[in-house]
Design a binder for this molecule. Sequence first.
Ligand SMILES: Cc1cc2nc3c(=O)[nH]c(=O)nc-3n(C[C@H](O)[C@H](O)[C@H](O)COP(=O)(O)OP(=O)(O)OC[C@H]3O[C@@H](n4cnc5c(N)ncnc54)[C@H](O)[C@@H]3O)c2cc1C
Length: 82
Amino acid sequence: MDTEYYDDIIIGGGKAGKTLAPALVAAGRKTALVERSLTMIGGGCINIACISTKTMVASAEVAHTVRIVPFMAFKLPHLLLI
Ligand SMILES: Cc1cc2nc3c(=O)[nH]c(=O)nc-3n(C[C@H](O)[C@H](O)[C@H](O)COP(=O)(O)OP(=O)(O)OC[C@H]3O[C@@H](n4cnc5c(N)ncnc54)[C@H](O)[C@@H]3O)c2cc1C
């Protein structure tokens, strides 16, 4: 097995790692980035936190708005009420 040498090894391909890695490479350093999970490439923000949460909150707001429509001064077709 060949041995590879790096100036830096970053553990974690999240927001921090994927920001730092290109900066180190641009500075001429040989850098490795290690991510433990194929489903977590990009880190928590993209995969399970910020984006996912915002999507769920936006969906919940739409559902809430549709539910309270009957209590407003106008009506939507019956099928849209969930
Ligand atoms: C519900 C929720 C909502 C959020 N909303 C926002 C928002 O709106 N805006 C905002 O700016 N921030 C938000 N955040 C915070 C944001 O998600 C974090 O600040 C950001 O993800 C931190 O980035 P990071 O790179 O430090 O860590 P992470 O994104 O957690 O990345 C760490 C990575 O390291 C990997 N790893 C861990 N251990 C190992 C190991 N031993 N070997 C190899 N890889 C490993 C993980 O798999 C992961 O991919 C939110 C967080 C949560 C929980």
